[in-house]
Design a protein. Sequence first.
Length: 230
Amino acid sequence: MFGGNPARAQEMGDGASLWIQEVFYTLQGEGPFAGDPAVFVRTAGCNIRCYWCDTDFESSTWRPALADLIAAIETHRPAHCDLIVLTGGEPFRQNIAPLVQQLLARGLRVQIETNGTLSIPLPVDDRLTIVCSPKTKQLHDAIVPRITAYKYVLAAGEVDPDDGLPMASTQKAGQRTRLFRPPSNTRVFVMPRDDGDAVANRAHQATAAGIAMRHGYRLCLQLHKLLDLP
Ligand SMILES: C[S@@+](CC[C@H](N)C(=O)[O-])C[C@H]1O[C@@H](n2cnc3c(N)ncnc32)[C@H](O)[C@@H]1O
Ligand SMILES: Nc1nc2[nH]cc(C(=O)O)c2c(=O)[nH]1
Ligand code: SF4
Ligand SMILES: [Mg+2]
């Protein structure tokens, strides 16, 4: 599962059906809504290939029509839960705009997890939150103004001593690359990388905590992994 995905180009269909990995109910484990009950929609496929990616998003053959996807979301969603998280894979690899519009029209909140390299036209709505976890030097110009918060995955020994943010490629192990830096007025979360190894992970956790305290970022942990939730 770590980083084995193919890199797939953006496929801008009409959004009437989407390739979906899974729909599941859980607690948001990361970022500004961490701890909130949420229905997750994991879209399939990604346009880049982080060698440490912790997610399977290539094993599904499910391509539901929008009405069926909405029905699946509603089947998983308790009445008290109004948060839908669109993640992946890379959600912006497909045309998720109709899905977003329909979820907002149902009075739900939508949070998108993205790598920030792609963009699609989306409604402006204060119930739509876009959280970007940068993986590259540059982001798509059109998405940067829409990003509410940045969430950097940090690893010990791979950060810039000046700002504490990543100085290492996410695509090629061992390569130095200064990842995109956030505009000054945007919230920054730092999250320790999970390498599937307790000793390495402890070092990443200590790094992320120290950087949060030194630079005033907000630490987030992958709560779901601590709680054995999906
Ligand atoms: C699987 S990605 C999917 C959404 C989008 N492609 C992205 O990268 O933001 C969801 C989140 O998991 C994080 N992530 C992926 N692999 C990780 C790992 N090994 N350790 C910590 N976070 C990881 C990503 O940085 C991102 O914030
Ligand atoms: N519980 C839970 N919270 C999450 N926040 C972001 C996730 C992701 O994979 O995008 C994720 C996830 O996979 N599970
Ligand atoms: S961009 Fe996100 S989904 Fe794609 S490989 Fe990287 S962490 Fe995984
Ligand atoms: Mg995850």
